[in-house]
Design a protein around this ligand. Structure first.
Ligand SMILES: *[C@@H]1O[C@H](CO)[C@@H](O)[C@H](O)[C@H]1NC(C)=O
Ligand SMILES: *[C@@H]1O[C@H](CO)[C@@H](O)[C@H](O)[C@H]1NC(C)=O
Ligand SMILES: *[C@@H]1O[C@H](CO)[C@@H](O)[C@H](O)[C@H]1NC(C)=O
Ligand SMILES: *[C@@H]1O[C@H](CO)[C@@H](O)[C@H](O)[C@H]1NC(C)=O
Ligand SMILES: [Cu+2]
Length: 673
């Protein structure tokens, strides 16, 4: 393979080269860039000068997203682009109050400040969770409980769990603490010290409740270890490491704006949600221009209710985004294993409790994926004396982050395809949440248990994962409509035709929000966001289709408190008119929320959504009754969905793509070049 380098570079698409030359002068800054380290420090100083108290905590600091119209007019200016004024949105706690503050970074001033008087509390900070988890170790009753169980306290680890809301009058920001035993394993989540629960007042940072219900054996450590360095033979099959398929990255990163193949988009990061994809546009080779697809998309909320209704467990109904911060739960990615060796990494920042920026290095990775899939192909055998075979291999671009919320690891991928599709994938892995029990075999169990006995003394508890995506599609412009193309069976009425039935497409445009609340199921419907003001040459509405993944609907009763708070999962699909302040499906303040500020409540207004700037909400759901293979470490379970152009292009956008197969013998990552 003498020409390896040259041939792999040719993997790039022809359109890629066009986009390159037509966009040579780019501004590195974008109005939707996340706050920088310097900006976080400015915010800290400005706020601390105005509220000089040792007790002030920063619960949320993020970009105050400029108005959409401001961003779009910035986009349209071709010459000297100065960014619109940078503003930060800040939520603090001070004297048991939640303050909402907007800071203008260009004038170094506070633009507005108000106290949140509604229900719910802001995101928990990493620091306060750390402090809360340390409190039990100075608390005599807890130390005694551990001693009574014959456990070594220096091997005990505490972890905090949000308490939810169950109809009571909420007066305090509290967190419940459970403990786990490490002795002999790092897999603490499968070794709960059952029976002990502490309640912490987060504003006072002290213990306000304690209960020890009695002893249950701690599940054994044996067989739960997962660190490679601790494993003894026999070993399983050897898996190949990453292999080199292409030289270079294949994409251009300018500031936070990425250009790759026919795509351009912006990558942001926020402490609450993690990766935010903005302003994704695709180059139309026929029209010779970029066309808008998605203004902004991110994971809006993640609802994980556990199904154990006993006193110790009933409250475990977590909102990983609004309570724990999916962004601040993002972990540094491991080169070569979390991402392939052609990946490029981006660091991210968020503000800690005292406002100081914290760096997450390698928080997001971006890589070209050569998965060995076929982009399109055809072999023509019907022409006499001739066989024509045309194949194009598929190359895509993936943007990945991993958030670890306690025991669970979530892999969040955005995959951009040259065909115009955007695929969103979610991988669930990590450690199950387990309950310690006295049982070692199913036959011993004579009571109701709330999960699967996966090992001695270990019940892995049933639960769901609902990930609700915010997708502000702007298909060829802001004004869009939501169309349900229902496939309807018809009877053939002509008695001279022997055929009895067929199906046809009956389109229905959603006029208001209630027309767009969808339970996905067996009813065959194609869901399309169209631009009603633009048509293709043959007259079809220009659109993007939602191709749902596996469907899961909530199984809790509608009047159950967690379901009231998680009511945004009631439908798989919702459409709302764009409103900058409606981005978090579970509400702005989710911790101990009462469900009065959810997507389900906003959409009761039944606003008009036809030919308007609209937002599509889609929930990917997983019901998870655990099985033994999920223990002690769960192999990744994937789900997701796709946004796919539908009469968006005049014809296939990838007809003129040129791809070459990768070299036959890919050099290994260790070989010298
Ligand atoms: C900070 O909180 C502590 C404990 O509640 C209180 O004693 C102290 O007075 C507070 N400091 C200020 C400046 O408010
Ligand atoms: C801790 O682990 C060691 C080694 O496995 C074992 O001998 C010991 O009994 C364990 N201690 C407790 C208190 O569980
Ligand atoms: C408890 O654990 C600590 C930390 O591993 C160890 O140093 C200590 O010897 C243990 N104590 C007992 C009584 O086993
Ligand atoms: C935007 O949403 C908020 C929260 O639901 C609401 O209070 C406000 O009235 C909405 N604005 C418009 C223009 O509808
Ligand atoms: Cu699960």
């Amino acid at each position: 393979m003498a020409s390896t380098k040259a041939s792999t570079i040719l993997l790039l698409f022809s359109i890629f080269i066009i986009t390159f030359s037509s966009t040579s002068c780019l501004n590195q800054y974008h109005p939707l860039d996340p706050l920088t380290q310097t900006e976080f420090n400015q915010v800290k100083t400005i706020i601390q000068n105005s509220y000089p108290s040792e007790n002030l905590t920063f619960q949320y600091v993020g970009l105050d997203e400029p108005k959409k119209s401001t961003v779009l007019s910035w986009n349209s200016k071709s010459t000297t682009k100065s960014r619109p004024p940078r503003r930060a949105s800040v939520v603090t706690r001070l004297n048991r109050e939640t303050h909402e503050i907007i800071v203008d970074l260009s004038t170094h001033s506070i633009v507005s400040s108000k106290v949140h008087n509604g229900n719910g509390y802001p995101l928990l900070t990493v620091d306060e969770q750390t402090l809360a988890n340390e409190l039990p170790f100075k608390y005599q009753p807890f130390i005694q409980s551990i001693k009574r169980r014959g456990l070594n306290i220096s091997q005990v680890v505490c972890s905090g769990f949000t308490v939810g809301w169950f109809g009571e009058k909420t007066t305090k920001r509290v967190l419940k603490i459970n403990s786990f035993y490490t002795n002999g394993t790092v897999n603490l989540f499968v070794r709960p010290v059952e029976g002990i629960t502490l309640v912490i007042d987060l504003d006072m940072m002290k213990i306000v409740g304690y209960r020890d219900r009695g002893m249950v054996p701690v599940p054994r450590a044996e067989g739960t270890e997962y660190q490679a360095s601790k494993q003894k033979p026999p070993y399983g099959p050897l898996l190949n490491g990453a292999s080199v398929l292409s030289e270079g990255d294949g994409f251009v990163l300018n500031g936070n704006t990425i250009r790759w193949a026919n795509w351009v988009f912006h990558i942001g990061f926020d402490v609450r949600t993690g990766t935010i994809i903005s302003q994704a546009s695709i180059y139309d080779l026929q029209k010779q221009q970029y066309r808008r697809v998605l203004y902004r998309g991110f994971v809006s909320e993640l609802f994980v209710p556990y199904m154990n209704p006993t006193a110790e467990w009933y409250y475990k109904t977590f909102f990983d985004n609004g309570e724990f911060g999916f962004g601040q739960s993002t972990v540094s990615l491991e080169p070569l294993t979390d991402c392939p060796n052609n990946a490029k990494f981006i660091d991210a920042y968020y503000a800690s409790q005292d406002g100081t920026p914290v760096k997450i290095s390698n928080a997001i990775c971006i890589f070209e994926r050569h998965a060995g899939n076929i982009l399109w192909r055809h072999t023509e055998v019907t022409i006499p004396d001739e066989v024509i075979t045309e194949v194009r291999s598929e190359v895509t671009l993936v943007v990945r982050m991993v958030a670890v919320v306690g025991n669970y690891d979530y892999i969040i991928d955005w995959e951009f395809k040259p065909s115009g599709s955007i695929k969103l994938d979610i991988g669930l892995t990590g450690v199950l949440e387990t309950e310690g029990v006295t049982y070692t075999h199913k036959d011993q169990i004579n009571e109701e248990v709330y999960g699967t006995l996966v090992a001695d003394n270990t019940i892995a508890v049933n639960h769901d994962h609902f990930l609700t995506y915010y997708l502000d599609l702007d298909v060829d412009g802001e004004a869009n409509s939501f169309v349900k193309n229902n496939l309807v069976t018809k009877r053939v009425t002509d008695p001279s035709i022997p055929r009895k039935s067929y199906w046809t497409v009956v389109s229905e445009t959603a006029k208001t929000e209630s027309d767009a609340k969808i339970h996905l199921g067996l009813k065959p419907t194609e869901l399309v966001v169209v631009n009603p003001n633009k048509r293709t040459k043959p007259g079809n509405l220009i659109g993007y289709r939602l191709i749902p993944g596996a469907v899961a609907a909530p199984l809790l009763l509608e009047d159950d408190y967690p379901q009231i708070r998680g009511a945004f999962t009631k439908y798989n699909v919702w459409v709302t008119p764009y409103n900058k302040s409606e981005q978090w499906a579970g509400g702005q303040y989710v911790d101990q929320s009462k469900g009065d500020d959810t997507l389900a409540v906003w959409s009761l207004r039944d606003r008009e959504i036809e030919n308007k700037d609209i937002v599509l909400w889609y929930t990917v759901g997983f019901h998870h009754p655990p099985c033994q293979e999920d223990f002690p470490m769960m192999p990744t379970l994937s789900g997701g969905f796709e946004l796919r152009p539908t009469n968006f292009f005049e014809s296939s956008p990838v007809l003129k793509v040129r791809t070459k197969p990768p070299p036959k013998h890919a050099p290994s990552p260790n070989c010298t070049k």
